[in-house]
Ligand binder design. Structure first.
Ligand SMILES: NC(=O)c1ccc[n+]([C@@H]2O[C@H](COP(=O)([O-])OP(=O)(O)OC[C@H]3O[C@@H](n4cnc5c(N)ncnc54)[C@H](OP(=O)(O)O)[C@@H]3O)[C@@H](O)[C@H]2O)c1
Length: 249
């Protein structure tokens, strides 16, 4: 029996990487999936890849009018939401001495403000007993140099899983976060590094992982499916590290 049969799932940032892999798995498990992202061509390609159970709605999570449009469309088409994976996020690194207002605003606007309003604006459509999964990061618990602002955004996300569990308990909506370790996605190609720098950065990171490698997006998707389905029915306010042992060991 499929784990998400008949469920309506929204995945922000579903046109790439972890979000796309999760959308594909959710659709295979019987969910109707709505994916979002700013880039239209990537969104169209993702919808085609996910298959018949997918719809794309273009938009920026940091733009509240875009979120209103997203949920108006979801409401018209499906009438409710059972699962939200608030996944859209950006990464950029800067040591404290070099942090600019632009760097701070870019990361907080998408990773914190965008995530908060992605969840808040979904609530009127949310079915009681639904599940919300927030994409945090192992950076919420580690102190790598130059990760300061990014880590702070992901610590905020982890915190939201706790407080929103309390805020939404009367509606029996479970909120949890997932915290990936380094995962092989296009995010690393967006850091402005050369091919060689990217490879060196990757090798440095792999050396810190007990399992000795990057994870694959599909390995995060399986953890998100667990948190989205009734398999995790007694788990709330938790943060699940999927990181090859990086934080625990
Ligand atoms: N890969 C890793 O190692 C890793 C580790 C820990 C946590 N994470 C987290 O995992 C999440 C997904 O990252 P990924 O690795 O899968 O990277 P990715 O392939 O670059 O995917 C990022 C997704 O977010 C979307 N997005 C970014 N800004 C957005 C905005 N303002 N509005 C709407 N959508 C936006 C992107 O689509 P558009 O660009 O088209 O908008 C894309 O779909 C992020 O929150 C990231 O922080 C990743």
């Amino acid at each position: 029996m499929s784990k998400l049969s008949g469920k309506i799932a929204v995945i922000t940032g579903g046109n790439s990487g972890i979000g796309l892999a999760t959308a594909e798995l959710f659709a295979q498990e019987g969910a109707q999936v709505v994916v979002t992202g700013r880039r239209k061509s990537e969104l169209d390609a993702a919808v085609e890849k996910i298959g018949a159970n997918a719809v794309g709605v273009q938009g920026d999570v940091a733009d509240l009018a875009d979120l209103d449009r997203l949920y108006a469309e979801v409401g018209e088409r499906f009438g409710r939401i059972d699962i939200l994976f608030a996944n859209a996020g950006v990464a950029e690194f800067s040591p404290l001495q070099a942090v600019t207002e632009e760097h701070f605003d870019k990361l907080f606007d998408t990773n914190v403000k965008g995530l908060l309003f992605s969840v808040q604006k979904a609530l009127p459509l949310f079915a009681d007993g639904g599940t919300i999964i927030l994409n945090s990061s192992i950076a919420n618990a580690t102190g790598a140099a130059a990760f300061g602002v990014y880590s702070a955004t992901k610590a905020a996300v982890r915190s939201f899983a706790r407080t929103w569990t309390s805020d939404l308990k009367d509606r029996k909506i479970r909120v949890n976060s997932v915290s990936p370790g380094p995962i092989e996605t296009p995010i690393f190609g967006k850091l402005g590094l050369s091919e060689q720098q990217t490879q060196e950065f990757g090798a440095q990171i792999s050396a810190t992982i007990p399992l000795g490698r990057f994870g694959q997006p599909e390995e995060i998707a399986k953890a998100v499916l667990f948190l989205a389905s009734s398999d995790s029915s007694y788990i709330a306010g938790a943060d699940l590290y999927v990181d090859g042992g990086r934080v625990a060991v």
